[in-house]
Design a protein. Structure first.
Length: 144
């Protein structure tokens, strides 16, 4: 089985602060699968980079830079579409919990005034996986 997995979970230092989220327990459960790493934020904005949050504005969910308030969504959506178009055989998407790009059902969603609306939102890339009918799960949920 081909599995798309957040690159930070494999030990790639691509988190916003240049760190990683290497998870040997998770990787042990995925032994024998073909792992295809991704990191839309690193690809689009480099590492390290300012943080971003999911913000609901006018009924639309966007990834907004906490530094500049710029809408960072379009390049992430483009990356996600290109990734899945290139890797059509993916059967499972494992995202990093709470990530505004990769969180499957654990990302924080705010309103324009930074009031927390939900802690169970779906990140921009994870949403693309779901839209394509790919089974998607947060890493912590997959381990448990």
């Amino acid at each position: 089985m081909k599995v798309a997995i957040s690159a930070c979970l494999l030990g790639n230092k691509c988190r916003y602060d240049g760190s990683e989220n290497y998870d040997p327990k998770l990787l042990g459960k995925l032994e024998g699968y073909e792992l295809i790493p991704f990191c839309p934020e690193d690809f689009c904005y480099g590492t390290p980079r300012p943080t971003m949050d999911l913000v609901k504005e006018d009924g639309e969910i966007k990834a907004i830079s906490n530094l500049t308030q710029a809408d960072l969504t379009p390049p992430i959506k483009e990356y996600a579409k290109a990734f899945f178009n290139t890797n059509k055989e993916i059967e499972l998407f494992i995202g990093k919990d709470r990530s505004p790009s990769c969180g499957v059902c654990s990302a924080r969603l705010y309103d324009a005034n930074k009031k927390l609306l939900s802690s169970e939102a779906t990140g921009i890339m994870a949403q693309e996986a779901k839209n394509r009918g790919i089974e998607a799960i947060d890493a912590e949920d997959y381990i448990n």
